[in-house]
Design a binder for this molecule. Sequence first.
Ligand code: AMP
Ligand code: ZN
Length: 121
Amino acid sequence: MDCLFCKIINQEIPASIVYQDDKVIAFNDINPQAPFHALVIPRKHIPTLNDIADEDRELVGHMLQVAGKIAQEQGFASDGYRTVFNCNTHGGQTVYHIHLHLLGGKPMGWPPYQDQLKTPV
Ligand code: AMP
Ligand code: ZN
């Protein structure tokens, strides 16, 4: 499978792993957008959020729980942090293997865009 994150899971490409178990792994983002920026990914290849099946519900919940545990380990759980799933082009997804961004260590801006908003919400 020609997927960057499957290659990280299969140890064909190196990554700085911060957490792993039988269902997910988490590693530092190569281009961090905060003092701490990791990606939590399932070992199962799921291309986008649109592809999550009923059988994946527990897995996706586990990804979120793992993000919270990493935040606690890193010491910024009580200050707070940002978790993000980007989906497809408008969401800014560039790697088509679902991944939960975990960003912490500084206050995060909101909204997450500057001038791209085309329609009122
Ligand atoms: P997204 O734009 O939501 O698809 O996020 C993809 C993320 O993967 C980006 O934040 C990239 O910096 C990150 N990324 C790309 N290649 C690698 C890599 N080899 N190791 C770690 N993170 C990566
Ligand atoms: Zn994959």
